[in-house]
Design a protein around this ligand. Sequence first.
Ligand code: SF4
Length: 374
Amino acid sequence: MTCYTLGAWKNINKIKIENIQKHLNLWYEKNHRKLPWRETNNPYYIWISEVMLQQTRVDTVIPYFLNFINKFPNIESLAYAHEEEVLKMWEGLGYYSRAKNLHRGAKVIVEDFNGNMPDTLEEIKKIPGIGPYTAGAILSIAYGKRAAAVDGNVMRVFSRLFYIKEDIAESKTRKEMEKIGGHVVSPQNPSFFNQGLMELGALICTPTSPKCIACPLFLECSAKSLGVQETLPIKKKKPKVKTVEVEMAIVYKKKKLLIMKRSTQGLLANLWAVPATERELNFENGKSIRLELEENYGMKVTEGKFQFEKKHIFTHLKWKMKIYFFKLIEESPIDDPEIKWILHDEIEKYVFPTAFMKILKEIESIKADEVCKL
Ligand code: SF4
């Protein structure tokens, strides 16, 4: 049984490739899940679904996808929407740069491509946020073009199918896997082939305990024939996620809560939040954010009262959030539309990232009247 090294993919046996194409396409046709974005070749729907599915489970995506296309049924409606509306439809899904890129991408399609999703690799790559995987998915599923769509699931299947022992965390491995994808994709039905690989990775060739007995590619699989399927793919461990403490201020003026838009740069850019400051671990009790409110916004507040602690994990970072309640004593007049005092009932009008929504949900149970007794 051959173990393919990078660059040697051209040696994959032609009969093996034809068998893979035939068995995978047949299996997909009979066994695929009926998902809302599968029963269409509308490039806009495929684009939205593929972006939503990055880093997010299918079950979570379904209601978001349906609500999103209901609100923005086509590329034009998305392009002409206000960014705040787009982010609202994304609220809770995380990785907000995906929504911002979709919005920017829709504007580019309207301005440069007359509102039509391009159907060539050269043009589609010009759209913000569309990388090789999404481009391949749109070209093959919507337009039936012979293009590779290789994501983490597909790399796992390829590693096992062709017994490739290269580290899939390396970008050179990904690039070679894309070449393998382009080499093996079915010319008869690239849409079924690519979706078949995605579905196989999600349902059968799973990260642990792959269900080889139910796999349509069982007879073609190099790793299975050697009994090494569970040792693949090779993926070197990510560096440890850094933990930072974040001090958050829940500040009340009578029954109104202070919210402000985060900076236009950095983590959770341009989204609404309560005042928050990243601190080195073991910072002093509630003092820092209080000083920041005074120095940066001219707000004098009471001593902070520690309420509770919560965690939130981003891809590269863990937030240990410490929540303090404050009551406003005095403020300088500020004319800034990105700083607001709102009632609890108004929270849902604004887009808060998941980390902050967790906090706001928790404090909803605490009445502002009680806080005012601080
Ligand atoms: S036979 Fe097993 S390891 Fe090979 S592709 Fe199928 S599920 Fe994956």
